[in-house]
Design a binder for this molecule. Structure first.
Ligand SMILES: *Cc1c(COP(=O)(O)O)cnc(C)c1O
Length: 408
């Protein structure tokens, strides 16, 4: 890779420091990454991204999940352009709303209806509100350490958050049936919902699919208490199974939250639900200025149809397996304690005995310098745009990055 000598990224950061609190907020704040990661990007195409200084990367973060078919996908962008010429945010929804709701109901196995918003946080929050409206109860079970969004009831930070914001949340440990039972017991008579992540994908932790025993217990406990089972499918949606991520364990939720990949990078979120919660969903008041905008809905319809026609899930799984197998062989060859976990299409790459993330940071920075964008502690994402040649090129880079880790 030709290393450009410009420093547009540094110049933008200096300007941002004056007019943006902390220079950047939230998880995309580059100082949260090892020093050397770019903050600003200039373009993206397929499975590649270009930073503000023109360096290109094979991207394994995929815009933190939204990119599933490839950046700038021709079919999705054609559908978006066609709708944009007609209208986007209008006085009410377009025909695309009904088409997309029909498509979600047809595609998602538990769904009898769908509603739309913009961000994953909108969708997870609406699920809680619908569960409370539908049951007339207050308590929500949440897994310790799970991420469900960035407002006071669920933010990973407690800055600006009051105890009251989280007054009716009760915590359990993911994949631990006994802790779930104990939490349900604590809520006797007041349980509105059990909220579960599609799989355990906590930051910096090994990722775990739900066990069948855990998923079945969650379903049975919710049923016995007449409460809702909610799957937060915001991160995993359409990467594990088009019918919803808990299809892999054969358990259907009452409500599910979706966003990230459902419109291939266009801003859209969804709640899907069954008939049991149709009345609760009818009674709550929920809305947003841009929630019925038609371009993102046209994009979502095109995204879902294309994922179905190319069998995106199977492709992502095959590419993820190729990446995992290659990395495993390289780690063994270099004698490096790389720990891969999670579904192959949404892995996390950690190292044993690396609490200070020394190994992980060096691995990621060495890969970055050679044109592969990874993350030392967050879920990675494969996409339908990653081809065998991209995986093999990325593996040539990780071979050198793991060799550098071995030299530490
Ligand atoms: C990203 C994410 C959210 C929040 O989605 P936003 O669009 O950032 O509001 C909620 N749940 C999970 C599992 C996520 O990964």
């Amino acid at each position: 890779m030709d290393l450009p000598s410009t420093n547009f990224d540094g110049a933008l950061r200096a300007r941002a420091a004056r007019v943006i609190p902390g220079g950047m907020w939230g998880h995309q704040n580059a100082p949260r990454l090892p020093a050397g990661y770019p903050q600003y990007f200039s373009r993206a195409e397929g499975c590649r991204t270009w930073d503000a200084d023109g360096r290109d990367y094979i991207d394994f973060i995929c815009g933190w999940g939204p990119m599933i078919l490839g950046y700038n996908d021709v079919d999705v962008e054609a559908a978006a352009a066609k709708q944009r010429a007609l209208g986007d945010a209008m006085n009410g929804p377009s025909e695309r709303l009904v088409e997309l709701a029909e498509l979600m109901v047809e595609t998602v196995s538990h769904a009898d209806w769908a509603m739309f918003s913009k961000n994953g946080t909108d969708a997870t929050t609406a699920c809680l509100t619908i569960a409370r409206a539908g049951t007339g109860r207050r308590k929500i079970l949440v897994a310790r350490g799970a991420y469900h969004g960035a407002i006071p009831w669920c933010s990973p930070s407690v800055a600006g958050v009051t105890e009251e914001d989280r007054a009716h949340l009760v915590y359990y440990d993911y994949n631990d049936v006994r802790s779930l039972e104990a939490a349900v017991e604590q809520c006797k008579g007041d349980l509105a919902a059990i909220l579960v992540s599609a799989f355990k994908h906590d930051l910096g932790k090994s990722h775990e699919l739900p066990t069948v025993a855990f998923a079945q217990s969650a379903r049975a406990l919710a049923d016995t208490a007449d409460a809702a089972l909610i799957v937060d499918d915001v991160r995993a949606g359409f990467r594990l199974d088009m019918g919803g991520s808990w299809e892999v364990v054969g358990v259907r939720p009452d409500l599910a939250a979706w966003s990230k990949a459902i419109a291939n990078g266009h801003a859209l979120a969804a709640v899907t639900g069954n008939d049991r919660f149709r009345d609760g969903a009818t009674r709550i008041f929920t809305t947003g200025s841009f929630w019925t905008a038609a371009v993102s809905m046209a994009s979502s319809i095109a995204t879902i149809r294309k994922l179905q026609s190319v069998d995106g899930v199977a492709h992502m799984r095959a590419m993820g397996q190729r990446f995992r197998d290659g990395l495993e062989a390289q780690a063994a060859k270099h004698g490096v304690p790389l720990r891969q976990s999670g579904p192959v299409q949404m892995p996390v790459l950690l190292f044993d005995n690396d609490a200070d993330r020394r190994l992980g940071d060096v691995f990621c920075l060495e890969a970055l310098a050679r044109g592969v964008y990874l993350h030392p502690s967050h879920t990675l994402f494969l996409s339908a745009a990653h081809r065998e040649a991209d995986i093999d090129q990325a593996l040539m880079v990780t071979d050198e990055a793991l060799a550098a880790v071995a030299r530490l």
